[in-house]
Design a protein around this ligand. Structure first.
Ligand code: ADP
Length: 456
């Protein structure tokens, strides 16, 4: 190791903080949890070797409080910070602060993060490298007249997207000119509330595509490999809910192109650490780059299960300036893995968030089941943070086996005291369309619309 990493501060909470602490323990590296005052009894706070309060429950004062987090790393003597996903994980100014204070951020440099983290800027880079991107505005939408002109040039439907977007927020599909102004304004408002950045841009709306993403890992010596692709097409309101690997419904030739493009661009921009390149694949097999996530993703376990590689371990090894210990030819993708996100919301009632105490809990287990979560019996689900409670991940020798193991796992899972989407997940996983792979990113919305039309 040329950079010593003996203690890592995790600038996150919940399931991903717990997941990172587990690998740190496996690697015999000390862990430091940060917590807001209401998270004192959270599992990540209890599991870490040390824990330190960084502020009150409001995320701006705690999990997004950059200077306070840097101070926490300094006083606890942490050599590195793992940002997880969400919060500060794609914030170039936080990455820059880590560089200034000589604390290694487990991720790419602030410069590369800035380059790729900005959605419309990264599209320009990809375009300049000859990678197909979704046609759209060259930059942000400056005024509604230009937006109208652009939309009629691109052709409806179009989608308005937030420049700093994430989690499907700040997006609006627009099918005709008379909806455009209202949609742009409401997307700007939602983006401002969610990301403190109201800039939006426009793209052609690709009808019923698949969302396919390539997992990359790159060391600081120019070695770049991919760990295969994930299919994240099962979505609700542009948010992933079920993900799987490998991407079984994309032909080998198309996948090979995606791998090649992804590795090439990561090489060219000098990207380091783990990253994901997201694409849309249309029903007529056209590929479009969508965005790059410069961090670990929620759905990374399905890749871990099919490659046998602990991606968080690799992230830490890369940050410690170790060379990748294997080449592309060593990566073998076997079997099939599926992940269901279990959220605290009421799928019977407009997906409204549900909060309260977990009165009873049964976590599934057995062959082929992995559960990543931060909940326990007696844990209080709070309204201030993300609603994801757990990720149920299954692994089978093929897709059918992974599905039947998932159905068994979901039927064992019981979370009493709050509303969850367990039944909702069960219905999708147990349905014929999921079994035959007959779905796209608009599947659930189309189903919902069809059932409303039927009722009225
Ligand atoms: P976020 O970062 O908010 O998750 P993404 O850019 O990754 O946003 O897009 C999330 C999802 O929104 C995609 O998986 C896809 O379902 C949908 N989407 C985004 N852009 C388009 C587009 N141009 N055409 C069709 N669907 C899109």
């Amino acid at each position: 190791m040329t950079r010593n990493i003996n203690k890592v501060l995790i600038a996150n909470r919940g399931e991903i903080a717990v997941r990172i602490i587990r690998t740190l323990k496996d690697m015999k590296i000390k862990s430091v949890a940060i917590f807001s005052d209401v998270d004192r009894d959270s599992l990540h706070t209890k599991m870490a070797d040390e824990s330190i309060c960084v502020g009150p429950r409001n995320v701006n004062d705690s999990y997004l409080n950059k200077m306070q987090i840097i101070n926490a790393a300094i006083v606890t003597g942490a050599d590195a910070i793992h940002p997880g996903f969400g919060f500060l994980s794609e914030n170039p100014s936080f990455a820059k602060m880590c560089e200034i204070y000589n604390i290694k951020l487990i991720g790419p440099s602030s410069k590369v993060m800035e380059l790729m983290g900005n959605k419309d800027a990264s599209k320009k880079i990809m375009k300049s490298k000859g990678i197909p991107v979704v046609p759209g505005s060259d930059g942000i939408i400056e005024n509604i007249d230009l937006a109208k002109k652009l939309a009629s040039d691109i052709g409806y439907p179009v989608i308005i997207k937030a420049k700093s977007g994430g989690g499907g927020k700040g997006m609006r599909v627009v099918r005709s000119e008379d909806e455009l102004e209202v949609s742009v304004k409401s997307a700007q408002k939602e983006a401002e509330n969610a990301f403190a950045d109201r800039d939006v841009y426009m793209e052609k709306y690709i009808e019923s595509p698949r969302h396919i993403e390539v997992q990359i890992i790159a060391d600081e010596f120019g070695n770049v490999i991919h760990l295969g692709a994930r299919d994240c097409s099962m979505q609700m309101n542009h948010q992933k809910i079920i993900e799987e690997a490998p991407a079984k419904y994309i032909d080998k030739e198309t996948l090979d192109r995606l791998y090649e493009m992804s590795v090439d661009v990561v090489n060219e921009i000098g990207y380091t650490n783990a990253g994901t390149i997201e694409y849309l694949v249309s029903s007529d097999n056209q590929l479009y780059f969508m965005e790059m996530n410069t961090r670990i993703q929620v759905e990374h376990p399905v890749t871990e299960m099919t490659t046998g590689i602990d991606i968080v371990r690799e992230q830490i090894n890369i940050a410690a300036q170790n060379k990748l210990s294997y080449g592309q030819e060593d990566i073998l993708i076997t079997g099939h893995s599926i992940e269901c996100r279990i959220n605290a919301y009421d799928s019977e009632n407009n997906f409204l968030p549900s909060v309260g105490k977990i009165e009873g809990l049964n976590i599934p287990g057995g062959y082929g089941v992995r559960v990543d979560s931060a909940i326990y019996q007696g844990y209080e689900v709070l309204p201030f943070y993300d609603s994801m409670l757990a990720k149920i991940v299954t692994f089978g020798k093929n897709r059918d086996e992974a599905i039947s193991i998932m159905l068994r796992a979901l039927s064992e899972l019981a979370i009493d005291g709050i509303k969850t989407n367990i039944e909702f997940n069960k219905n999708i996983i147990g349905g014929n369309d999921f079994l035959s792979g007959n779905f796209s990113t608009s599947y659930l919305e189309d189903m919902l619309k069809a059932s409303i039309d039927k009722k009225s």
